[in-house]
Design a protein around this ligand. Structure first.
Ligand code: NAP
Length: 299
């Protein structure tokens, strides 16, 4: 069997189109412009690239984008004062603090300072709790993106056996909750899981979010499974000296022999993350104004 390659780049473009449509309607019908504020502390080059991409894509879909770049030695009090101002600003519907932050700052405390109704990264205890208890959460962007890809591929997920490798707060746990909500039978595997290959072979839906290049071998994949590769490892490019390339957690060629559908790295899950950040910002904006939630952009 040769798997269908799930084109996350193309699907993310359709999500952004939907977001742009909702943004236009919010402006035309209600005079509201959804606003996203991104806070970057320090000068980490990779973070600068992400923040730029978020800004560019927010502007492209018609949102207001507010960038706040703070020096690396910004005291916590100053960062929190900025977050407080953004929490109180009615033009700002979503707030994201780009991680990692410098060592003297604490990610948990920073997330906790953001108003949960504006926490478009879905990382707060409040949003994790709402997701776990069936409430109106803002959901972490990468798992939301994976759910959208899965629904697009498979339609109704009811009854599927789903295995998620990785139990981080950022990805594995919210992914498990989302699959449970969609009536999958969910296993969350991790570094202490016994006989991981055998656990994976049970999966109709296999999601790998570990960060170990090509860890998931072809014979771990049940014939006909849908495989979502979240992991990213940067390695030296074999043909281009001085350049790097990205490798996923799944041995793509081998796994494609068994899977019915599979995401590539790059071009699979990655592009969905920012698209879902924009989707969450529209959702937060609609909720803030008591308007109907945007169809197709929420969990
Ligand atoms: P993380 O916090 O480091 O979590 C990694 C998870 O993998 C942990 O739960 C760990 O288990 C598990 N693990 C480690 N070694 C394992 C092994 N040998 N067998 C089974 N499980 C093992 O990472 P994360 O933030 O969830 O991210 C995971 C990967 O996804 C990274 O490569 C990251 O770059 C990528 N990612 C990509 C996107 C995107 O936009 N495409 C977004 C988010 C993350 P323990 O808990 O037992 O230690």
């Amino acid at each position: 069997m040769s798997a269908n390659i799930i084109d996350g780049k193309a699907f993310a473009a359709t999500v952004r189109e939907k977001v742009a449509g909702h943004v236009a309607r919010l402006k035309d019908e209600h005079g509201i412009t959804p606003g996203l504020a991104v806070v970057l502390v320090g000068e980490d080059p990779a973070s600068e690239v992400y923040v730029q991409a978020k800004h560019r894509q927010a502007v492209e879909v018609g949102m207001a984008s507010f960038e706040h770049k703070l020096p690396a030695d910004t005291p916590e009090g100053e960062l929190f004062a900025l977050i407080d101002r953004l929490n109180a600003d009615p033009a700002v519907h979503g707030i994201l603090c780009q991680f990692p932050v410098p060592d003297h700052l604490d990610e948990r405390r920073t997330v906790a300072r953001i108003d949960p109704s504006k926490d478009v990264d879905g990382l707060s205890v409040a949003n994790a709790g709402l997701l776990a208890t069936g409430g109106e959460a803002l959901v972490s962007c990468t798992p939301l993106g994976c759910l959208m890809l899965l629904r697009d591929q498979l339609g109704d997920l009811t009854g599927k056996d789903a295995v998620v490798i990785g139990r981080s707060n950022l990805f594995g746990k919210p992914m498990g909750q989302l699959l449970l909500r969609d009536n999958c039978t969910v296993t969350i595997a991790h570094s202490r899981t016994r006989d991981l290959p055998e656990v994976c072979r049970r999966a109709d839906i296999l999601i790998a979010a570990v960060g170990r290049a090509e860890m998931v071998k072809g014979d771990w994949v049940k014939p006909g499974a849908t495989v979502i590769d979240v992991g990213i490892t940067r390695v030296p490019h074999p043909e281009k000296p001085g350049k790097t390339k990205l490798i996923g957690d799944v041995a793509f060629a081998e796994a494609s022999e068994n899977a019915a559908a599979i995401t590539p790295v790059p071009g699979g899950v990655g592009p969905m993350t920012i698209a879902c950040l924009l989707a969450n910002t529209v959702t937060a904006c609609c909720r803030a104004h008591g308007l109907a939630e945007p169809e197709g952009l929420t969990a």
